[in-house]
Write a protein of this length. Structure first.
Length: 319
């Protein structure tokens, strides 16, 4: 393979730049020309494609966001629209494409692979909701961002003897909420994968107050309900001074953690290895600290699973 391209797609995540850097440097190391597709699939359609040399990815590994930019591009589901993108790549003689993104981006990548562009996916999303990998790029950084905020909120919650409801991202997955609840020592976590009674939460807060507890932190995953709805629900069962914090897009920003930079670098280089071996239609991942490859169709065939043991542990330690 002489020419490949790389793009970032869907919601950005810290570490995407490190992944692109690894793709570019690894490919150039092996005498392969690399092109960056700007603005995700949108840029593929509009031909926003430029060659990247080794210097183009200098000073990028530590940056949040994605210098290639990203977009949500529902039009890409249309085969005619995809064909335009394929033609743009073929005009430049590009045979392989690396797509850094989440589940939706993988679906586009799978179609492109079927339609003649050899494609590899790299899991890039803060949600950690992709099958075939223990971790996605950006999850660790987002987790650390949330923990920092939880620690700060705990200070003021305690000063004012308040209950705080902190709404975190994750789309339909509870990973960010669960991990931040365990790491942040939250009293309660609500995730889409397990139902929890609001009465039960209220009882726990009440028991805490009786034991002299000064505050209570509830982390709610956006996939369960909004922080405001959670506060409304809670009000039906207990009368406590409550505040809601919606962390929002701050969770997607910031310089990537060391873990995310290393993960992204390993994924990016491995994606190029696979393309050089003519292995395509695959997404890379990491399982038990070993790099893995999984067919796109296997990734879509089952639902992402939460770590049940961690859920139990979080509940046990937050008594
Ligand atoms: O998939 C990443 C994510 O940040 C989700 O956690 C969240 O639900 C969604 O993207 C927000 O999307 P947007 O940036 O398009 O509002």
């Amino acid at each position: 393979m002489k020419k490949i391209a790389v793009l970032t797609s869907g919601g950005d995540s810290p570490g995407m730049n490190a992944a692109v850097r690894a793709v570019v440097r690894k490919a150039i190391y092996h005498d392969i020309e690399v092109y960056g597709v700007y603005q995700g699939y949108q840029g593929l359609i509009t031909n926003n494609i430029k060659q990247l040399d080794r210097g183009a990815v200098g000073d990028k590994i530590q940056r949040g966001g994605t210098f290639l930019q990203s977009a949500r591009c529902p039009e890409f589901k249309d085969p005619k629209v995809r064909q335009q993108g394929i033609e743009n790549l073929k005009k430049l003689g590009i045979e392989g494409l690396v797509v850094v993104g989440g589940d939706g981006s993988y679906r586009g990548a799978q179609r492109l692979n079927e339609e003649g562009i050899k494609t590899i996916g790299i899991p890039g999303t803060i949600d950690n909701d992709i099958n075939g990998t223990d971790f996605t790029i950006g999850f660790d950084t987002a987790l650390n961002t949330i923990i920092e905020v939880v620690d700060k909120i705990r200070d003021t919650a305690s000063s004012h003897e308040r209950t705080f409801i902190i709404e975190v991202m994750g789309r339909d997955a509870g990973d960010l909420a669960l991990w931040s609840a365990l790491a942040g020592g939250a009293e309660t976590v609500l995730i889409p994968e397990f139902k929890k009674d609001v009465q039960e939460i209220a009882d726990k807060i009440q028991q805490g107050i009786e034991r002299g507890k000064k505050h209570s932190i509830i982390i709610v995953a956006e996939g369960v309900m909004s922080g405001e709805d959670c506060a409304e629900e809670l009000k039906k069962y207990i009368n406590v001074d409550t505040r809601v914090s919606v962390l929002g897009h701050m969770q997607r920003g910031g310089s990537p953690s060391g873990i995310d930079r290393v993960l992204a670098s390993r994924f990016g280089a491995y994606a190029v290895d696979l393309l050089m071996n003519d292995e395509t239609g695959l997404a890379v991942g990491i399982q038990n600290n070993k790099l893995t490859k999984t067919k796109f169709e296997d990734i879509f065939s089952s639902q992402h699973k939460i770590d049940e043991e961690m859920y139990r542990l979080t509940n046990e330690l937050s008594i």
